[in-house]
Ligand binder design. Structure first.
Ligand SMILES: O=C(O)CCC(=O)C(=O)O
Ligand SMILES: [Fe+2]
Length: 483
């Protein structure tokens, strides 16, 4: 049966109402979270305040930081600082600063040092250790609940793994130790290390400074984390932290006084150990107006009688590998509103697939139209170690770039001389969904070419890149699948 003409569907009142709901409800989602944890001199001191709320709240002991000095002969008593600064190790802060090296950023595939864009120093985790542990302090749990709640339909829960990435320092121009531009890091996204990276965590050590606020942005909204003047007489000293989806643009503003010292972590989604019910209590899709609206579209809207494709352009971009093996983890790594949309579609029992849009990376070289190509959903279970030039072809098919009549399927076999030989065998390519065939619930969120999102990263782009992604939902003709 032919599907209803696009105009009829798009003009339907229910469809228009649905588009409005999507616009409203998907912007309400958070993309960053953070907090402050008070530092207590010792747990015994905290316990003395028996009826204090502080006893129940999370608190942190002073943090020891140790590092390997560039000077081999340096005494170990000189390579330790305790935060908040204590009289015994305070003087070592100067050594720490001298032992740190300039921090670069990624511009496309290159490491770049440019003080007008990023002015900071760093230590790699192999060169330092600290007693700070984001798991102990409930930070990782808070991130999991806020940024990565488990999917209702997932067989297993998903958990957060935080991997220490760097110690960074930024100084004010006025610092005695340092002259030059004030510490800062202009707008960038965090380059994904693997398809399972979804976020970044920044922990600010308690060291007096001014300026240096961290601003995180998504879809026109900005969340600011300002840890300056953390020495507050009434509340004591605290550790400030912020976590955010790493595809969100962020910036560290200029440090105007003192030193700003941060620990950064990469956040990965991993399979949870236990079956904790497999649902996310914060979100019951059936109670959302969007759920009801999609339900009536599917059940009652006459223009959808013959079925069709609904499309939702994800609000976030997602990392995937593309050079040696296509690896794309959705739905395991879905963020914020994208997870909600997925949950709704799945609760309605609809067939859902993810289609990345990667046109810009390979075809446009910094210009042109960035609308998604809604390509084939390939089964790549057998992709093991196929040669590189084949990958591009498969990639093209996957993204819908390959022409429809592309039908080659190649595999190696052993010939009668026991030599490996390549066989080309035509197979029909299944119909793929074209951009034009989809009724889009929202506009494409990212208008710029993909190349510009990765232009300024905190690392050069490697094997993993971001792409925008669409969720395609198949609405069967009425009468099928219980409709
Ligand atoms: O120090 C911060 O607040 C953030 C640093 C950052 O964005 C990065 O290292 O990529
Ligand atoms: Fe960053």
């Amino acid at each position: 049966m032919p599907i209803a003409p696009l105009s009829k569907i798009s003009e339907s009142l229910l469809f228009q109402e649905l588009r409005e709901y999507v616009a409203k409800e998907t912007t309400a989602f958070t993309f960053a979270c953070g907090g402050a944890i008070p530092i207590v001199p010792s747990l015994l001191d905290a316990a003395k305040e028996i009826d204090s709320e502080k006893l129940r709240a999370m608190s942190c002991l002073p943090i020891d930081l140790r590092w390997d000095s560039k000077e081999e002969a340096m005494l170990s008593s000189h390579t330790k600082v305790t935060f908040p600064l204590d009289p015994n190790t305070e003087k070592n802060l100067d050594w720490l600063i001298k032992d740190m090296i300039p921090a670069t950023f990624g511009l496309g595939g290159e490491h770049v040092y440019d003080e007008s864009y990023r002015k900071a120093t760093k230590l790699d985790p192999a060169r330092f250790s600290s007693t700070f542990n984001p798991y102990e302090l409930g930070i990782v749990d808070a991130i999991a609940q806020t940024l990565l709640p488990s999917l209702r339909h997932a067989k297993q829960t998903r958990s957060v793994k935080a991997e220490l990435y760097k110690l960074n320092a930024s100084f004010a121009r006025s610092s005695i130790l340092y002259s030059g531009p004030s510490g800062k890091f202009k707008t960038h996204v965090d380059t994904p290390r693997s398809p399972s990276q979804f976020g970044s965590l920044v922990v600010c050590l308690p060291l007096e400074h001014r300026g240096g606020a961290l601003e995180v942005r998504h879809k026109g909204k900005t969340v600011t984390f300002d840890w300056s003047n953390s020495k507050d007489g009434a509340k004591g000293v605290s550790i400030g932290w912020a976590a955010f989806y790493s595809d969100c643009e962020h910036e560290v503003l200029e440090v105007t006084e003192g030193h700003r010292l941060t620990l950064t972590y990469n956040l990965f989604c991993v399979r949870g150990n236990g079956q904790l019910g497999g649902n996310c209590p914060w979100l019951n899709p059936e109670h959302l107006p969007l759920y009801k609206s999609i339900l009536s579209l599917v059940k009652d809207d006459d223009s959808w009688r013959n079925g069709g494709y609904l499309g939702y352009n994800c609000s976030h971009i997602y990392p995937h590998t593309s050079k040696t093996k296509l690896n794309f983890l959705a739905p395991d790594n879905l963020k914020g509103a994208d997870m909600m949309m997925y949950e709704i579609f799945r609760s309605l029992g609809l067939k859902v697939s993810f289609r990345p849009s990667v046109t810009e990376l390979h075809y446009c070289n910094g210009g042109g139209d960035a609308r998604p190509v809604v390509g084939l959903k390939l089964d790549w279970a057998d992709w093991g170690s196929i040669p590189d030039d084949w990958i591009q072809e498969e990639y093209d098919k996957w993204t819908g770039k390959a022409p429809k009549e592309y039908t080659r399927c190649r595999h190696w076999y052993w010939n009668s001389d026991r030599q490996p030989e390549l066989e080309e065998e035509p197979i029909p390519v299944p119909e793929y969904v074209r951009f034009e065939d989809v009724h889009w619930l929202n506009d494409l969120g990212h208008k710029e070419p993909q190349i510009s999102w990765v232009a300024h990263g905190n690392e050069p782009t490697g094997m993993t890149t971001y792409s925008c992604c669409a969720i395609i939902v198949e609405i069967p003709p009425r009468g099928e699948n219980g409709r």
